[in-house]
Design a protein around this ligand. Sequence first.
Ligand code: UDP
Length: 314
Amino acid sequence: MRKKNSRILITGAAGFLGSHLAERFLERGAQVIGIDNFITGRVENIDHLFKNPSFRFIQADVTNFIHVPGKLDGVLHFASPASPIDYATYPIPTLKVGALGTHKALGLAKDKGAKFMLASTSECYGDPLVNPQPETYWGNVNPIGPRGVYDEAKRFAEALTMAYHRYHKMQVRIVRIFNTYGPRMRKKDGRAVPNFITQALKNRPLTVYGKGRQTRSLCFVSDLIDGILRLFDSDLNTPVNIGNPREMSILQIARAIKKQTGSRSRIVHKPLPADDPRVRRPDIRIARTKLGWTPKVPLEEGLARTIDYFRSGC
Ligand code: UDP
């Protein structure tokens, strides 16, 4: 569905995913209002959008009251620190943006009669006891561990979103985003892919935490954004996993990056962080059957594009 005159608000618009999303909505003819407070977002990610007359930007913290004049057709709440290092650095802002920020964004969507979308996460499943994880799995989360600030805020955000759907009859979309990589990730956001690429390009040791047997499933950002747009356009009010089901160990991912960069780096092992999920792989049957979505970009191609981005010094 391509609505020419739609007006969309994206929180976290200067972030990795928010900026790609803003770009794609502009490409399909929407007007986009971006909000970010630049805790982890970067103006470089949206620099190129400012020359587009359909793009507006508000520097604000979405945990405070949001005032946007005029109509809105969609509110997409993508603001949040999202890497384990970031939410350890900003634990209280992480809790606030997931809880208070979701409340404010929902309130704005309700006021405008807009569709609401929540950027949720595979972290809702915690350290999962079933693999792959279907949307029906309730998860295995430590509420008071270092990741609890993110996981519980997102779980609360899902509960709040479903309450607005049931009580206020709002149209809501909840996307459970699995590990995603690609251009515009911050070099120093602490996650595995940017760490390994940065280390490999400098021929420094690749830091694999623990034995590296824990698994993740990496989705390239363009695939993820396609899935998000399909979900936004659908009529599914319950959570949907979007991610790539190709599951690999962290050691395999480190080796793939070493090979693809042609690096002379060694692989070294560092302590495994607390509560680090041992496995993670999305069950994407709902996305496949109800949205007609499957990821298309092979790891090798996605990595090549991400390595180019990091090489270019961004
Ligand atoms: N990891 C690693 N070395 C790094 C950074 C991360 O071995 O330099 C591991 C981390 O312990 C986890 C996996 O890679 O098992 C993915 O971590 P990331 O921070 O990318 O995201 P997560 O999926 O844990 O949210």
